[in-house]
Design a protein around this ligand. Sequence first.
Ligand code: FMN
Length: 382
Amino acid sequence: MKVTDTIVYVGVNDHEVDLFEGQYQVPNGMSYNSYVILDEKTAVMDTVDAAFGQQWLNNVEKALQGRRPDYLVVQHMEPDHSANIPLFLEKYPHVQVVATAQAFKMMNQFFSLPSDIQQMPVTNGGELALGTHKLTFVCAPMVHWPEVMISYESEEKVLFSADAFGKFGALDVEDNWVDEARRYYIGIVGKFGMQVQNVLKKAADLDIRMICPLHGPVLKENLGNYIGLYDTWSSYRPESQGVTIAYASIYGHTKEAALCLAEELRKNGTTVAVYDLARDDMAAAVADAFRYSKLVLASNTYNAGINPFMNDYITRLAEHSYQKRTVGLIENGSWAPMAAKVMRGMLEKCKEITFAENTVTLMSAMKSENEAQVKALAAELR
Ligand SMILES: Cc1cc2nc3c(=O)[nH]c(=O)nc-3n(C[C@H](O)[C@H](O)[C@H](O)COP(=O)(O)O)c2cc1C
């Protein structure tokens, strides 16, 4: 598949993967992208997941049209992109491998490569001329591993962005880019907002006409929109006004209060996303907490603590640097409700959290006073 006349897509679609990175549900599969640049010299940009070695090699061979590859550029050592480095070097032992020093170190950790491989270590700002095409390498530490670099090709103004601007989903399935890109970004890179901001600052000086990520489609239009979303996500600003309600309930009474709140909010035109933390996709619930300006956590008390699913959820939010949001609390308990206190305590390490003044406290089941509390919380959040 041509990206341009001289850049060819040689990646693969994976519909067999059950959990991406061992935890993310990917109902539409995954793409592992790789590209070939054809010029006086040829460069292959990254490899693909181990399961697709032969298919990828065939794609590369076809794209090269009988030529030999001169360079293998390794932007990221995560195995879904690097697993086929040994296979590639077995077939093309003369190739110069271009990567950061830290990537070479990881290469030797992951693989037992021959000692005579041709290494070309690069640092930030390093360049590689292929003919009319010229790659400039920009180090992007922790976006989302420390060895990551992205590559700017100045002839066609293409940014090879490594995992940035990637998404879940194979390329042969139509879906909503922003939802699957947000779930991917928040889950995988979300913790490293400051590092993403640093890369965006470096990229602001570049004239970018096209973004070639390691997952998801090549982005050719409305690049300002995608870059703007990355700026929003990495600065932890809400993307939209709205409320995410995440609940964990054993017998259904806390759920009832959560759904009652959702109804109250919707009545007034507030956008609401509701998640059952025991049953719905936790990564989607985390992504929507970042998407919307407000969050309500509803949990039953559990052994003087909170429901284990809520515990997992708040732990994930805190790990992803959740911040700059308003949070409301709904708790339930049959003898000593503690959930609101525990949830509040868990979020205290998060920056710039404003707690709603109204807390809903159920003593086992919804009563008329709880309905009044729910209405008061809704009034405060809308
Ligand atoms: C294993 C277990 C531990 C619980 N621990 C407490 C507790 O420490 N304090 C309390 O008040 N209620 C506790 N409860 C009771 C529930 O929190 C309470 O019945 C609540 O109303 C359940 O809400 P739900 O209908 O949303 O599941 C516990 C329940 C279970 C099953």
